[in-house]
Design a protein around this ligand. Structure first.
Ligand code: NAX
Ligand code: ADP
Ligand code: K
Length: 483
């Protein structure tokens, strides 16, 4: 599991560690790791041109000491001093090693640019001349290596309030910062290399985590010798309408690949006909009234994809949410509960799976604001609504009160096509039906959905149905990697 921390958490851990070490030790560890990554990127250090963008704090200090190391190996290292102050000892070390101070025009000549403008000490949007230097570095065409995090990205949230450095690689010190895992920040970070500076035992519980394939493999159930279809969990799907039949087909498609023992589909005439013809495996109930009385026992429900928002759909939502099993609410189900939030007050768990637009209706925030601060809004929704939230988008965030947010980056932008969300709701619902908590079902579902998206796309457009088809391959990839 990748663990990530806020700037305050990192700072506190650093202070605890620093108190036990001779002054400057941590910065030398950071600089050594940073110089090694830069040397790798350069291939040949001797004769290469390296430009350091140096801010007034210790982030600039890291850059200067790393620059010193590269200069000692024969690189031509130039420091652009952006702040009103400069880390003095670092600058002296660089100059002693043959580096020099240069104007910003040097940026255009660089083979590699090191962004040491600001790190975890930053506050607010980049000020001048930092913002201009960030833009020049982005325009230069050289590989940009961000020190600790790309300047302009908020370490704790991933917010980008103005100009920001777009890094090829970010060399982060001691531990991941939450803002490196969450968009928009994550998109600026490039590949993130973690340098161990010994913070380990001083770190508190993480602010956010990201599951790895191995974590997912450890969490998802596998059938045992004694399994039967009922014991493996039965999922109910209440989705689709006469207008939107595809959503029902896709949600059931995702559900059938998610490992539950059985999928029961309940709906109106048109989606029932479609689900029957696509999925002989599903047990289908044609509802002549909005009731789940005759559907049979299930261990969890998926409610909402393509369901419509009319009175009939509302009545069905009321019945599903009145059940005593976990319910995943998606799409039109979210519109229904946004109108009538009392529906969410139930004793069994609720997992909601909105995209930013759907979440905006639920918590009265605007969509762009949610996309700019995904973590904050997912957490706020979890707290206000008392549910687990899976916020979809370029980075998926799973938030639940009292637990670190889980961030998922296994996906691909090819997933941004109609219907993939319906597949996700079926898949995550199937995991709920197998007994996973909302938190685990959401984060494992998002992870597998992302991997399935990658497998389905393989560099070209995909359809939502392709994603559903690729789910078993994704499960195989995490449970038996290399096979
Ligand atoms: N303290 C240590 O021993 C270690 C520090 N480390 C490095 O030190 C960094 C933190 O250093 P600092 O606490 O000195 O802080 P930073 O170097 O991140 O930035 C603080 C400086 O930037 C200025 N600043 C803040 N926001 C700004 C903005 N929006 N626009 C322009 N200027 C802005 C401030 O005036 C301040 O002078 C870490 O990110 C990491 O790179 C690491 O080397 C690990 C060890
Ligand atoms: N840029 C992106 N990168 C990775 N995944 C994405 C991106 N955009 C969307 N997705 C994923 O694609 C799916 C889209 O779901 P959703 O918005 O509900 O679409 P629909 O309602 O058409 O099914 C979600 O799982 C989301 O996280
Ligand atoms: K930086």
């Amino acid at each position: 599991m990748r663990t990530a921390y806020t700037a305050d958490q990192i700072r506190a851990a650093e202070q605890a560690l620093m108190a036990r070490l001779p002054e400057g030790t941590l910065m030398q560890r950071a600089a050594a790791g940073l110089a090694a990554v830069c040397a790798d990127l350069l291939g040949r250090v001797y004769g290469s041109r390296v430009v350091l963008l140096v801010g007034s704090g210790d982030n600039g200090g890291d850059a200067l000491y790393a620059g010193e190391r590269l200069a000692r190996r024969g690189a031509r290292v130039e420091a652009v001093l952006a702040g009103s102050r400069t880390h003095e000892a670092g600058l002296r070390a660089l100059l002693d090693a043959g580096g020099r101070v240069a104007e910003a025009t040097a940026i255009g000549q660089a083979d590699l640019i090191m962004d040491g403008l600001v790190g975890i000490g930053a506050s607010g949007a980049l000020r001048e001349p930092y913002a201009r230097l960030a833009a020049e570095a982005n325009a230069a065409g050289a590989a940009v290596v961000a020190v600790d995090l790309p300047s302009g990205v908020d370490a704790s949230s991933g917010r980008v309030a103005g100009a920001a450095v777009r890094a090829r690689v970010t060399v982060t010190m001691g531990a991941y910062k939450t803002g490196l895992l969450v968009d928009p920040g994550a998109a600026f970070a490039g590949d993130v290399e973690l340098i161990d500076i010994g913070l380990g035992e001083h770190l508190p519980d993480p602010d956010a985590t990201a599951l790895t394939g191995r974590d997912v493999a450890g969490l998802i159930p596998r059938p045992g010798d004694e399994s039967d279809k009922y014991r493996r969990g039965v999922l109910g799907v209440a989705a689709g309408s006469d207008l939107f039949t595809g959503a029902a087909v896709l949600a059931v498609g995702g559900a059938l690949r998610g490992g539950s023992g059985m999928v029961r589909y309940a709906g109106r005439e048109a989606p029932v006909a479609q689900v029957r013809s696509h999925w002989p495996e599903a047990v289908v109930t044609l509802l002549d009234a909005p009731s789940i009385e005759h559907v049979g026992r299930v261990q969890a429900w998926v409610l909402g994809p393509g369901l419509g928002t009319d009175t009939w759909a509302h009545e069905l939502a009321v019945k599903v949410l009145a059940s005593d099993v976990p319910v995943l609410v998606d799409a039109d189900g979210l519109t229904l509960v946004a109108r009538d939030k009392a529906l969410l007050r139930r004793t069994a768990p609720v997992l909601i799976t909105p995209h930013a637009g759907e979440l905006s209706r639920l918590i009265g925030a605007d969509r762009a604001g949610i996309e700019a601060a995904r973590l904050e809004h997912a957490r706020r929704a979890a707290a206000e609504l008392g549910v687990t939230v899976l916020l979809k988008g370029s980075t998926t965030v799973v938030a639940e009160e009292g637990r670190p947010a889980r961030v998922n980056v296994s996906g691909t932008p090819w997933l941004s096509t109609g219907g993939t969300g319906d597949v996700l709701s079926g898949l995550a619902g199937a995991l709920l039906a197998q007994g996973l908590s909302c938190y685990d079902a959401a984060s494992c579902g998002a992870y597998l959905h992302g991997v399935a998206g990658r497998l389905a796309a393989d560099g070209a457009p995909l359809t939502a149905a392709d994603v559903a088809t690729a789910i078993p391959g994704a499960i195989r990839a995490v449970t038996s990697p290399g096979s």
